[in-house]
Design a protein around this ligand. Structure first.
Ligand SMILES: [Mn+2]
Length: 363
């Protein structure tokens, strides 16, 4: 592992220790994938990291022995079998610890039963959002990785504009997007590609179907890729052939709501105020009810993470947050429109990660 990477993990562990102290914990244990990736660089499917005041211990099984040796940052690395919690308890790693924080939002009932059995109920302290709130502010290396993920999706969008044709099914188009993501170096799609055309456009999360693309219909494309563990997320709505004047008008409303919300982004702004900028515009235009979801969300190691950009959010934007701005208008039995960009929050504004144009594209 490179020294620079090691330093990043050391900084993050130091932040966890600070929070442990703040919450009166002598240790913190996690088996959740984004947390392990963030705190020690592990990207496999079975692991456990214990952080104490002095040391970090990572447990996994034989399948990840090699990658653990080369790419996990921990003071001690233990390759074992069966339940990792049981192995750690058998080897007395929990014996000297008295208050062990675990992530209550990321632990199943079954996991908790195992922890209770091998660690003891008295020692276990539920915590919430410790790693998640650290993760909401991205460092320079994370922003570089995110930019690469967004560049890939921008390229994919540019490429597929050239192949969209009436008669093609939504599924064929979604397969082209997935194929191109991987061809351009992404590990995977961020989520099942959303291709919602014509009347299906009113389903905000309409994953691709066997419906064929038709002339004079909108197609909402919401997709992203996974690159270096980080997610990209973008939405564009395009039209095959000339749209009706109603379609143009509603597109203009969504674009206005999207752009004006972006323009208000900077650190210190309340997330709910950002949400209401978009909502006031759609409501004034008579489409308040047709914009039924929140304005956006944080993106990073998870596709949806902090901060929340929603009417009831109590989050305040901070420099280094990476957020989507994605208003939409969905008119049942007619069409739907959504436009989504992802921005990096800065002190006096923002940097945009999505480079694709957002003026209406007529194919
Ligand atoms: Mn999104």
């Amino acid at each position: 592992m490179k020294a620079a990477e090691n330093n990043i993990y050391r900084t993050r562990i130091a932040a966890i220790r600070k929070e442990m102290k703040h919450q009166g914990l002598d240790s913190f244990v996690t088996s959740s994938f984004p947390s392990m990736r963030y705190l020690c660089g592990y990207s496999g499917s079975n692991g456990m990291l214990i952080v104490t005041g002095r040391t970090t211990i990572f447990f996994t099984d034989f399948r990840y022995k090699e990658t653990t040796q080369t790419s996990v940052a921990a003071d001690k690395k233990i390759i074992t079998q069966g339940s990792l919690t049981q192995a750690a308890a058998d080897q007395k790693f929990f014996s000297a610890l008295k208050k062990i924080g675990f992530e209550k939002e990321r632990v199943t009932v079954a996991d908790l039963e195992i922890k209770t059995r091998f660690i003891g109920e008295k020692k276990l302290v539920p915590t919430a959002g410790i790693v998640e709130s650290l993760r909401s502010v991205k460092d320079a290396s994370e922003l570089r990785t995110l930019k690469q993920a967004f560049d890939i999706s921008d390229k994919v969008f540019q490429q597929i504009l050239g192949i969209i044709k009436p008669g093609m099914t939504e599924l064929e188009l979604s397969a082209e997007i997935s194929y191109r993501h991987k061809s351009l170096g992404a590990e995977n799609d961020s989520f099942d590609v959303i291709v919602a055309s014509g009347v299906r456009g009113s389903l905000p999360h309409g994953t691709a179907s066997l419906k064929k693309l038709k002339r004079r219909e909108f197609i909402t494309l919401d997709f992203g890729c996974l690159y270096g563990g980080y997610h990209s997320d973008m939405t564009r709505t395009v039209c095959i052939g000339t749209p009706t004047s109603e379609m143009r008008k509603v597109y203009g409303i969504v674009l206005d709501a999207q752009q004006k919300s972006c323009d208000a982004v900077r650190s210190g702004v309340r997330a709910r105020d950002l949400d209401s900028i978009a909502r006031e515009i759609t409501t004034k235009a008579g489409f308040g009810k047709e914009f039924g979801h929140s304005l956006g969300h944080g993106v990073g190691l998870d596709i949806h993470e902090l901060p929340r950009i929603a009417p009831k959010s109590t989050d305040i934007l901070a420099e280094g947050n990476v957020i989507t701005i994605e208003p939409g208008i969905y008119i049942p039995k007619k069409f739907g429109i959504r436009i989504e960009d992802t921005l990096v929050v800065r002190q006096n504004g923002y940097d945009v990660l999505t480079a694709s144009p957002k003026e209406l594209i007529v194919l």
